[in-house]
Design a protein around this ligand. Structure first.
Ligand code: ZN
Length: 297
């Protein structure tokens, strides 16, 4: 990977215009000498000015470097997209659509859609590698976020969304939005994301008792009895992550609907999992795209 932009000035030096962004996408996804999917010869690729494409020196086949990226169906300039990603990777609490609207000079609707696609991209790049393993501790916990006030003066809120989190101690976190806190909601998520044999720490919620049956070692602390840590048993790590997620939502976004919440959780997850190397986030996001799709002429 090349130089990592740390400052706005470095960003604009590296990506001075759309052409530089398109060339970057071509270089990281194909590169000169890339074998043409149609004539199957190693080719020099020539930039076609009329569209966002490169053409095979032998048969004229076109490659479109934006296909299969978040920018594919967008008319917003690539430089604006790259800059939006830069903003996402240089803030701790996320970027509001309003802020993108102001900085990029796009409509609110466009800004919202860009932020939405960038969050999905962060979720894709973060991936779903299992956490834990023999000798590893995983903290599992759920939290309630959002919802509408149930009437004037009422402290209660309805329609809250439940986010379930699993954090390998000193490692990665995984989040999932779940329907409830029952066995059928939480245990399959642990099975999906946490290696069997891990030592799972939770609070006293009864659901977690089933983890032993599924092949996990399980320890809990009794929050309702005021117990938060017992020896090395506790869920302080995942609670720290919840605090960060909630700060980002209430501080930057004010309100997030239940339908979209998973993406904000994934954004926080992406950032948290790179907490020891935040300077690599921008490069990772502009280098990592899905498998190359079929290209048309
Ligand atoms: Zn060709």
């Amino acid at each position: 990977m090349s130089t990592k932009p740390q400052t706005i000035a470095q960003f604009f030096k590296r990506f001075p215009n759309d052409e530089a962004c398109l060339q970057h996408l071509f270089d990281v996804r194909f590169g000169q000498g890339f074998e043409c999917p149609r004539c199957e010869r190693e080719s020099k690729w020539f930039r076609i000015k009329a569209e966002r494409a490169f053409s095979c020196q032998w048969c004229g086949h076109h490659l479109h470097p934006t296909v299969g990226t978040p920018f594919e169906k967008s008319r917003t300039s690539l430089q604006s997209w790259f800059y939006a990603i830069f903003l996402f990777t240089t803030t701790r609490n996320g970027v509001a659509a309003k802020e993108l609207e102001r900085q990029l000079g796009v409509t609110y609707k466009t800004a919202w859609r860009m932020a939405d696609l960038i969050r999905k991209h962060m979720a894709d790049v973060d991936g779903d590698k299992p956490i834990g393993g023999i000798g590893k501790v995983v903290e599992a916990d759920e939290t309630f976020i959002g919802g509408e006030a149930r009437g004037k003066g009422s402290g209660f809120k309805k329609n809250k969304t439940i986010v379930f989190g699993m954090l390998e101690r000193d490692g990665d976190v995984v989040t999932e939005v779940v329907r409830n806190r029952g066995v059928n909601s939480l245990v399959p998520q642990v099975l999906r994301h946490v290696e069997r044999g891990s030592e799972v720490h939770t609070d006293e919620l009864g659901t977690y008792g089933y983890l032993k049956i599924e092949g996990y070692r399980h320890h809990s602390v009794n929050h309702s009895a005021g117990e938060h840590v017992r020896g090395h048993v506790g869920v302080n790590g995942i609670e720290g992550f919840w605090a960060q997620l909630k700060r980002s939502i209430s501080g930057t976004h004010i309100h997030v609907s239940g339908k979209h919440l998973w993406k904000y959780a994934k954004e926080a997850e992406y950032r948290f999992n790179r907490r020891n190397r935040p300077e690599t986030m921008f490069d990772e996001l502009v280098h990592s795209f899905g498998p190359l799709p079929q290209q048309s002429d």
